[in-house]
Design a protein around this ligand. Structure first.
Ligand code: IPD
Length: 268
C-alpha cells in the first residue's frame, strides 16, 4: 500500500465526504427521471452542495489557499502560490440522466504547476490519486500508462462538443481522422475519468477541445505520474487556459497528435 502524504489525505477525505451526499442524490435522480420537468434543478443543487462541502473541508485544512471552482469561480486566498482547482461533479450530464459515470475532481496547483490530484468515482469506489514525485495510484495500486505501442491496437477517448459549444465542425474532422487509424474511440462523458483511465492504462490517449481547467487539472498529474505525456493538441503547455488537451502514453502522444493536427490543417 502506497504511503499517502498529509496533503493527499486531506484531498481524499474531502472527496469522500462530498461523495456521500452525491451518491444519495444520484439515487433520487432515478426517481425524478419520470417527471416532466426532469431532475435538472435537483442536480444543479446537488452539484452546488458538493462544491460547498469540498470548499469547507479544504478551507478548514488549508485556510490560506485560493480556489477555482466550476460553480463559484475564483476565490482568492492570502497564499497566492497555492490554489485548489475543483470540479464537484464531472459528468453532470451522465448524473442527470441516471448514468453512473461521474466523479469529483480536486487538484492542487502550486506556482502554476499541478502538484497533486484526486479523482473519485464514487459508484465504483475508484479513488485515483497522484502527487508529483510520488506516483499515480488507484486505491492501493500503483498505476502505469498502457504499453500498447501500435496505433492499430490503441483505444482513445474524447469529448464530443454539444449544443452551445464551439468546434463542432473541426471535431467532426478530428474524429473521422482518428477513428480510421485505431481500435476505437470512446465518449463516456466525464473528462476527469477519461484522464484517470489514461493513467490506469485503460485508454492509450484522450483529447478534447473546449475543455475547462477544473475538468482536467487533477488528471494532468495522474497521467504524468503514470508515465504519460500531457500537452495542448499543438504541443503547447498552456492546456489549463487554452481549453484543449492531449493526454497519452509516450508511444501514442506523437502519432495521435499528428493525426489531430493534420485533420485541422485539412480544411486550410
Ligand atoms: C463535462 C465533462 C465532459 C466533457 C465536457 C465537460 P461537466 O464536464 O467532463 O466529458 O466533454 O467538455 O464540460 O460539465 O460534467 O463538469
Amino acid at each position: 500500500m502506497a504511503l499517502r502524504s498529509a496533503l493527499i489525505n486531506v484531498m481524499i477525505a474531502a472527496a469522500q465526504k462530498a461523495a456521500r451526499n452525491l451518491v444519495r442524490d444520484f439515487g433520487e435522480v432515478e426517481n425524478l427521471q419520470v417527471s416532466r420537468k426532469g431532475p435538472a434543478d435537483f442536480v444543479s443543487t446537488a452539484d452546488k452542495k458538493a462544491e460547498q462541502t469540498l470548499h469547507a473541508e479544504l478551507h478548514r485544512a488549508r485556510p490560506d489557499f485560493g480556489f477555482i471552482m466550476e460553480e463559484a469561480g475564483v476565490i482568492e486566498g492570502p497564499d497566492n502560490s497555492n490554489r485548489w482547482i475543483i470540479d464537484p461533479l464531472d459528468g453532470t450530464t451522465n448524473f442527470l440522466h441516471g448514468i453512473p459515470h461521474f466523479a469529483i475532481s480536486i487538484a492542487l496547483e502550486r506556482d502554476r504547476d499541478i502538484l497533486a490530484g484526486v479523482i473519485y468515482e464514487p459508484i465504483g469506489d475508484q479513488m485515483f490519486w497522484a502527487e508529483k514525485g510520488q506516483g499515480a495510484h488507484l486505491n492501493g495500486k500503483r498505476l502505469r500508462v498502457s504499453a500498447r505501442s501500435r496505433l492499430d491496437d490503441a483505444l482513445f477517448a474524447t469529448g464530443i462538443p454539444f449544443k452551445g459549444t464551439e468546434n463542432h465542425e473541426p471535431f467532426g474532422r478530428q474524429l473521422a481522422a482518428v477513428m480510421g487509424e485505431c481500435a476505437g474511440v470512446r465518449r463516456f462523458g466525464a473528462a476527469a475519468l477519461d484522464m484517470a483511465y489514461v493513467a490506469a492504462g485503460r485508454y492509450e490517449g484522450y483529447w478534447e477541445t473546449g475543455i475547462n481547467a477544473w475538468d482536467i487539472a487533477a488528471g494532468v498529474v495522474l497521467v504524468r505520474e503514470a508515465g504519460g505525456f500531457v500537452t495542448e493538441i499543438d504541443g503547447g503547455r498552456k492546456f489549463l487556459t487554452r481549453n484543449n488537451i492531449l493526454a497519452a502514453t509516450p508511444d501514442m502522444h506523437g502519432p495521435l497528435g499528428d493525426i489531430l493536427r493534420k485533420s485541422t490543417k485539412a480544411r486550410d
